[in-house]
Design a protein around this ligand. Structure first.
Ligand SMILES: Cc1cc2nc3c(=O)[nH]c(=O)nc-3n(C[C@H](O)[C@H](O)[C@H](O)COP(=O)(O)OP(=O)(O)OC[C@H]3O[C@@H](n4cnc5c(N)ncnc54)[C@H](O)[C@@H]3O)c2cc1C
Length: 295
């Protein structure tokens, strides 16, 4: 008898021993002891209130910024599904469910003639992940447009937090591991739809040119150190194209790691650590992981 045989009845889905490689961009990593996909906010609250208190909870979004280790993740992994993906346009504000995909959000806002979230069009995550990571690119980030966020804690209580309470900095929010983003509100500006769509097309083209966006990757591996670019430091350290097994530093953008097919999480993590060491030796800078390693 394992702990998950006594869980509350929910409308969502429990999946023991669920392969997380099917839920992450790197397509590596061991299983979740239990994957839970809640049906609604209420369902999530019931689950959190009734699960054994000592069982760890991990939330993932689209898995585009995580590296799940080969041992997998013990306890429960929560993944919000389409019931958490509504986009509600309310004048120049928009309220978006945490599971909405960034690209869908950018396109929906553009269709509604609302500007401000275009930068998300090429970020392959969800709004929950974007808030947690303060996702950004092309000199814009979530903190520039977010008004508030609603989070559920591990007791099932929902709290609304303002932008100022989120402690945003570069690829960081002060949200703790037990705060699950449920939905977020953004303040946007009205603009001509065609002009916004042109901007989206341009942003996607720029990204296609410079990043291996069709590969099995986790996006930027390391944060840019203040005033410097991680990819330049990696290039100067001779890291471009470096490999361990099927894990490779992208030739196209050397702050991206790639799973060429049969890499394991340990290959990707070892390669990342090797690159950090090389950069430290050549430039004296210790790179900080941007990718969240789980398990
Ligand atoms: C090809 C590619 C390009 C990328 N380009 C960019 C870029 O330009 N800019 C950028 O900032 N990032 C980029 N990324 C990284 C990634 O897409 C972003 O960090 C994204 O915001 C992560 O969202 P996610 O839903 O995939 O989160 P995940 O990767 O699943 O999780 C990331 C973190 O967020 C937490 N999290 C996820 N959902 C929730 C939630 N509902 N509540 C609380 N915490 C949550 C997780 O616990 C984890 O700590 C890129 C990644 C790839 C693969």
């Amino acid at each position: 008898m394992t702990w998950y045989n006594n869980l509350p009845v929910v409308k969502g889905r429990y999946q023991p021993n669920a392969l997380l490689s099917q839920h992450t961009w790197f397509q590596v990593g061991g299983p979740a002891e239990l994957l839970f996909r809640p049906h609604s906010t209420q369902d999530l609250a019931v689950f959190l209130q009734s699960k054994p208190a000592d069982i760890p909870v991990t939330i993932i979004g689209a898995g585009s910024n995580v590296l799940v280790r080969d041992v997998g993740i013990s306890g429960v992994v929560i993944r919000l599904g389409r019931d958490f993906a509504d986009v509600f346009i309310d004048g120049p504000s928009v309220i978006i469910g945490a599971a909405a995909l960034d690209r869908t959000v950018a396109l929906t806002c553009a269709d509604a003639g609302l500007s401000g979230l275009e930068f998300l069009v090429g970020v392959p995550g969800t709004i929950g992940g974007a808030v947690k990571m303060n996702a950004g690119c092309y000199n814009q980030e979530v903190k520039d447009v977010l008004r508030w966020v609603e989070v559920m804690d591990h007791q099932g209580s929902v709290t609304r937090l303002s932008n100022a309470e989120l402690g945003f900095s570069y690829r960081h929010s002060a949200l703790s591991a037990d705060q699950i983003v449920i939905r977020a509100c953004f303040d946007l500006q009205t603009e001509n739809t065609t002009v916004i769509h042109q901007r989206l097309t341009q942003l996607l083209a720029e990204r296609e040119k410079s990043q291996p966006i069709r590969g099995r990757t986790g996006g930027s591996t390391f944060k840019n150190p203040p005033g410097q670019k991680a990819w330049i430091l990696i290039d100067q350290a001779g890291g471009r194209g470096a490999k361990i097994g099927d894990a490779q530093v992208s030739e196209k953008h050397c702050n991206f790691l790639l799973n060429l097919g049969a890499a394991q999480a340990k290959d990707l993590e070892s390669l990342g650590e090797q690159i950090r060491q090389r950069v430290l030796e050549t430039s004296g800078v210790l790179l900080e992981w941007e990718i969240i390693r789980l398990g």
